[in-house]
Each structure stands twice: as C-alpha cells, then as structure tokens.
Design a protein around this ligand. Structure first.
Ligand code: SF4
Ligand code: SF4
Length: 419
C-alpha cells in the first residue's frame, strides 16, 4: 500500500495503515515532513483535540482511535515537546450526565504514559465567537491560545451534516451545553463561523475504522485504513467526502463554504487528483426516521431544546427506561449508563487462538499479543481493542461490564468481522 503526497500549495498527506506499528511509523515520517510548522520552542504548549463525543469505543467508528493518539504523543515526546494537553468538550448528554469520557475511553491512562494533561473543554475559560442571529457562543480559550493546536477528528457520517470530520469536530471546543445548543439555530453557518474563529495549525484525521450509516448514534464501523494529515480543514473534509463516496455538494457546510468562496475550483481539482481510487469506499448514508427529522428541523430544533431543558422534562429524562425509549427512537445518542466498566482481568485461551496477530495490530501501546496478556501487562490501558477484534473469541475479560455491555450487544460481531 503506497502513501501519497502531492506537491502543490496544499499541504496534505494520505497514509494507508493497517496496524499500530504502521500507524506509528508512517505518522512519524509524515509529521517530520510537517516539522517546519511545529513550534521551535520545546516548551511550547500543544493542544490536541480528538473526537471523544461519546463513550463509544473507537472501533465502533465513533471516537478517535487510541493507536493514532498514541502515535502522535510518541512523536511529540520524541521531538522533546513536554507541555501537552488533550482537550475535549464532550457532547451534551455525556456532559449533562457528568460521565467521564476520558476515563471510559482510557484516554486518562494513555495520557499518563506521556505526562500529558487532560482538559474538559466544557469547563474551560472561554472567549466568545459570533454566531448567526446575533448570538455569541463561548469557545474554550485554550483553542486560541495554545502555541500549537492539533485537531484529531474521526471520519464519520452524521445524520444532520452527512459527514463529520475536521470542521465539525470544532463543536467540541464550545464550552458546555448551552453554548453547544446555540449552534443548532443555524448549524451549518455556525460550523463555518466557529472554524473562522478557531483555526488548528494541523489536522490529523482518523480514518482507520470510520463510521458509515446513521452516525454518530447508530452508525456502523467501516474499515478504511487511512490517515489524512494537512493544514486546511476544508480541503481535508472535501477529501473525506470523496473517500466516503459523497458528493461534497450534499454536505451543507461544504456547499456553504463553496458559496462563500472558501472552497474554489483549485480545491476540487486537487482532491480529484489526490485521492486514489483504491481508498474510495461508498459509505452507507444516514437514514433518519421522520420523528428525528422533525425534532431536528432547524425551524423547531431550538424550541425543542428549550422544552428539553425545562425542569419537568429534565426529570423525565433522568429515568433510565425513558432514556432507552428515546435511544430506540433514534432521539438520543446513548442510554447514558452511569455504571463504569470495571475490568479485573484480560486473558486469552491458547486453545482457541490461531495466532492471526490481529490483537497485536490493534494494541495502541504496542504490546506483544496475545503473549503479554499472560499475566496482564502493566502497560495495558484496558482499551479492549484486542478483545473486540479477536476473530476466535480467544481473548476473555473478567469484571463488571457496566456501560460497555450495551456496546458489546450492538457491535461485538461487527468489530470482529471487519478488523
Ligand atoms: S486475535 Fe485472537 S486468534 Fe488472533 S492472535 Fe490474538 S488471541 Fe489469537
Ligand atoms: S492489551 Fe488489549 S486492552 Fe490492553 S492496551 Fe493492548 S489492546 Fe488495549
């Protein structure tokens, strides 16, 4: 599999990787070619903003893959950068329920390996961005003030925007629930407003296991094995639309960007020449029922949000059974199970193993698997990628599954079959 870089005014690289080792090696080489834009001072404050909008394991296609985050942190450490923050303002429901996404996705354990700080952008000091209808929304100030800002989005479908990659990932920079909700009065214009205000220096897209279908809540993972790196989020989102087999004109914020002259013919020509046919996959499109479409219609959505936040309705939403009902109707991203996963052991049954080494290809921290599951290695962060990809179900876990039970029910067979 060959990687690609075209020499034009656009700076972008496309990496094709299938294992943690390849991701680490190829990302390292690619970032060396971008080294001129990194800060010269090793004391520079670097902010990394992954997509951690829910507690869904990255292999479901929903959140940023820890293999990519680990590879990026390794590169930064090797270059001598020591002041690194991983920041995310996770989406409304998880924020409201005070669910710690950093813990659930094992970001905390990974960050500890690199001495990186974690910051919940929902509670960060802020500045205001101008939104449509004269509104102002609070954006985490660190996104403006960090010496170097790296956007680390996931490639996935989105039921309202069709695609969510670099530009949409900036929604997580908005502080807290009320500010996130302000986008919805004019979602696509506000996505552009936000990206005019907050401009990461570099974007690294996780298209390893992407999401197709009705993302982000009911999508399914699709193995795309790509990582895109570049400095222009519009170009990168166009490239991702091409990879997903979507006409960019169907993606409202890209169409709007073209109308505003941000995207021009040079962008379109470049993407046409740059994306090789072999990486193009025709993603399943989001399909939403009429109730979801009605509730999320720009004309009513803002009013529904107001009703949703009234004390009585808020109380109703706190009942688990009601949450399940909403989730089944497609109106809620998750059931927001409050019980964390409590892992006591991960082990493997040698008699079931055919030594395919998939578990090793997915281990973000580079353990020699499955051998180092006996006994469980101290470097293991408990991400369960090895467990989720083992085609023989040779890797077993002990402990309380908590919120993870629901994910297993929905995705267990899918992750094993696509990995
Ligand atoms: S993925 Fe499963 S079958 Fe393959 S090497 Fe690992 S434990 Fe064995
Ligand atoms: S051994 Fe498994 S659970 Fe542990 S870090 Fe590696 S992939 Fe994750």
């Amino acid at each position: 599999m060959s990687d690609k870089t075209l020499n034009t005014n656009f700076r972008v690289s496309l990496l094709r990787c299938q294992s943690a080792k390849q991701i680490r090696q190829k990302l390292y080489a690619a970032l060396v070619s971008f080294s001129d834009i990194f800060p010269t001072s090793k004391d520079a404050h670097i902010l990394i903003k992954p997509n951690l909008n829910s507690n869904m394991n990255a292999l479901t296609g929903n959140t940023t893959d820890l293999r990519l985050l680990d590879a990026l942190l390794s590169y930064l450490r090797d270059q001598g950068y020591g002041a690194i923050t991983i920041g995310e303002g996770t989406s409304s429901g998880f924020h409201r329920e005070k669910i710690n996404i950093f813990t659930r996705l094992c970001i905390d354990k990974l960050a500890r390996r690199f001495n990186a700080k974690l910051l919940d952008l929902n509670y960060a000091p802020y500045e205001y961005v101008e939104f449509e209808h004269g509104e102002k929304a609070a954006v985490a100030r660190i996104c403006k003030e960090a010496d170097f800002f790296i956007n680390l989005p996931k490639l996935k479908t989105h039921f309202e925007a069709l695609l969510s990659v670099c530009l949409k990932n900036m929604m997580g920079a908005l502080v807290g629930l009320p500010n996130k909700q302000k986008t919805h009065r004019s979602l696509f214009k506000n996505i552009l407003n936000l990206n005019k205000f907050v401009k990461p220096h570099l974007h690294i897209i996780d298209g390893l296991i992407a999401m197709e279908g009705t993302g982000p809540s009911s999508g399914t993972p699709i193995k795309t094995d790509v990582v895109l790196i570049g400095t222009d989020p519009y170009l990168l989102d166009l490239a991702c639309a091409k990879i997903a087999g979507f006409d960019y004109k169907e993606i409202p914020y890209l169409r709007l960007a073209e109308e505003r002259g941000i995207i021009n013919q040079d962008y379109l020509n470049f993407v046409e020449a740059f994306i090789p046919k072999e990486v193009i996959r025709i993603f399943k499109r989001p399909h939403v029922n009429s109730l979801v479409r009605f509730v999320n219609h720009p004309n009513w959505q803002y009013s529904f949000i107001k009703i949703r936040l009234s004390p009585l309705v808020n109380k109703l939403f706190s009942f688990k059974s009601f949450g399940r009902l909403l989730n089944a109707a497609g109106l809620r991203q998750d059931v927001f199970d409050k019980q964390d996963l409590c892992l006591k052991d991960i082990y493997f049954e040698a008699s079931l193993c055919d030594n395919c080494k998939k578990c090793q290809a997915y281990c973000p921290v580079g353990l020699v698997l499955p051998e180092q599951l006996h006994p469980l290695h101290e470097q293991c962060i408990g991400c369960l990628y090895c467990f989720l990809v083992c085609p023989k179900k040779a890797i077993k876990i002990k402990g309380t599954l908590g919120f993870f039970k629901e994910q297993l029910k929905r995705y267990d067979n899918i992750t094993r079959s696509i990995a």
